[in-house]
Design a protein around this ligand. Structure first.
Ligand SMILES: Nc1nc2c(c(=O)[nH]1)N[C@H]1C(S)=C(S)[C@@H](COP(=O)(O)O)O[C@H]1N2
Ligand SMILES: [Mo]
Length: 434
């Protein structure tokens, strides 16, 4: 005790800081743990990327000069865009439900993977060669890109568009940077991963060439299987408390992690999810009262009616006197929540196109709401969406008039489309090239 106190300064070695690889002593780290987590992420992130691109294509980002999407200079990165189909009607419910649920479920796996390689963050010297330097830069983009995509995605679904209007470009460009670094990383690490999974035991520190195995491992507090079980249990818990929002209906109550903002939808035919209430986006009673009229015209956005197009103004009563059609369709939001099929009824979009157009195949349409500001007050629909007989200007749902919060007097509903294209409180439809 006394001797300890007077130990000369020079003999005292301070404990390593977290910035030193030797600080990290868990005996669980090694190529096998990293490889197992890596394979799960390889499958998961591939699916996330594909469903993410689909979500982007579903948004009709190429229409109407950027009404739906303002991502500047998509250029080559928009190469894969295609006309999003209108069937099966649950298509976007599925792809976006998978995208969001999987993103949430992969969080523990991502964190565990980062934990498993953390000592390598601090290896010195930072770069041994040009090749090594390039590899480390790609790792920076990989880890930074992963964190960026997960954080922007989670913020978007939890806080209801915290970056209004800018979420799409952020998440879109972030995804391309991330997936580029991800592809390089997978290419570089695949041989080592395969080797680690084939070998039944980890190399001891002495013959470890991965730098993952601790030189002076601490005694284990949990087995590797136990640690993986913990990660799996975390993911399962997230799954069970998230997936209900994509299933909708009574399952929604199980989605404890889903955002519970928005207005209380109450019961009855209008008793389904409301993100943006009428009051919340500044819709006044007189905007949607008896004086409300729908303007239907043609000729393309901004163009004066010409080329055989007419302009008509219709009251809700006049719309109700037109042939009414029913369609059982869900609403599926980019945030991952969706409703079950709801029974909508109203006027077909293609009938409204025929009302103002001079025959021919129904073109696309620009939809504008009475709402004066906000990101979703306008939306462009493609010709295949206008053509589908289930695409409606809906006046009623589940046998009742639409409630003000669900878009009374009239809203759009299109099969398989993202919820954001289902404009509420519609004021004007402009058919034509969009
Ligand atoms: N006019 C208008 N229509 C709108 C929106 C909006 O903010 N304004 N939100 C859209 C979005 S993002 C979705 S998912 C669906 C359903 O949203 P809700 O839950 O607010 O009804 O309506 C769409 N229609
Ligand atoms: Mo949405």
């Amino acid at each position: 005790m006394g001797a300890d106190r007077f130990r000369p300064f020079s003999r005292f070695t301070p404990p390593p800081l977290p910035t030193s690889p030797s600080f990290w002593r868990s005996p669980l780290r090694g190529p096998r743990l990293t490889a197992l987590l890596g394979v799960v992420l390889l499958a998961g992130i591939t699916l996330l990327f594909v469903t993410g691109l689909l979500s982007y294509a579903a948004y009709n980002p190429d229409l109407a000069g950027g009404v739906n999407d303002k991502t500047p200079d998509k250029g080559l990165l928009g190469f894969y865009l295609f006309s999003w189909p209108t069937g099966p009607r649950w298509l976007y419910r599925l792809t976006q439900g998978v995208h969001v649920t999987l993103g949430v479920v992969l969080v523990p796996v991502l964190l565990a993977k980062l934990w498993s390689v953390i000592p390598k963050l601090f290896t010195m010297p930072p770069a041994r060669s040009v090749g090594h330097a390039l590899e480390r830069v790609s790792l920076l983009l990989l880890v930074g890109g992963a964190l960026f995509e997960f954080v922007t995605g989670l913020l978007n679904i939890q806080l209801d568009y915290v970056f209004p209007g800018s979420f799409y470009p952020l998440h879109f460009y972030g995804a391309w940077v991330f997936i580029g670094a991800f592809a390089v990383h997978v290419g570089l690490r695949m041989p080592r991963t395969v080797r680690a999974l084939r070998e039944s035991t980890d190399p001891r520190a002495a013959d470890d060439d991965t730098g993952l195995v601790a030189l002076r491992p601490a005694p284990p507090t949990v087995s590797r299987r136990g640690a993986l079980g913990l990660v799996g249990a975390g993911s399962l818990l997230l799954f069970l408390t998230t997936v209900g929002q994509s299933l909708g209906g009574r399952w929604r109550r199980t989605a404890l992690l889903a955002p519970h903002g928005g207005a209380d939808p109450g019961g009855g035919p209008n008793g389904f999810q409301i993100n943006k209430s009428a009051a919340g986006v500044g819709i006044r009673a007189r905007d949607i009262g008896d004086d409300w009229r729908l303007t239907v015209e043609g000729g393309g956005p901004g163009a004066p009616p010409s080329g055989g197009w007419r302009r008509v103004r219709l009251s809700r009563a006049e719309l109700l006197r037109m042939p009414q059609y029913e369609a059982a369709l869900p609403i599926a939001c980019v945030e991952g929540w969706s409703t079950e099929d709801l029974r909508w009824s109203g006027v077909r979009l293609r009938d409204l196109a025929a009302l103002v157009g001079g025959g021919g195949a129904p073109p696309g349409v620009l939809v504008e709401s009475v709402q004066l500001s906000g990101a979703f007050r306008r939306a462009a629909l493609r010709d295949n969406q206008v053509r589908d007989p289930r695409s409606l200007l809906a006046l009623r749902v589940g046998g009742a008039d639409l409630s003000p919060d669900h878009g009374y007097p009239a809203r759009i509903i299109v099969p398989a489309a993202p919820g954001v294209l289902n404009t509420k409180w519609v004021a004007r439809l402009t058919f034509g090239e969009v």
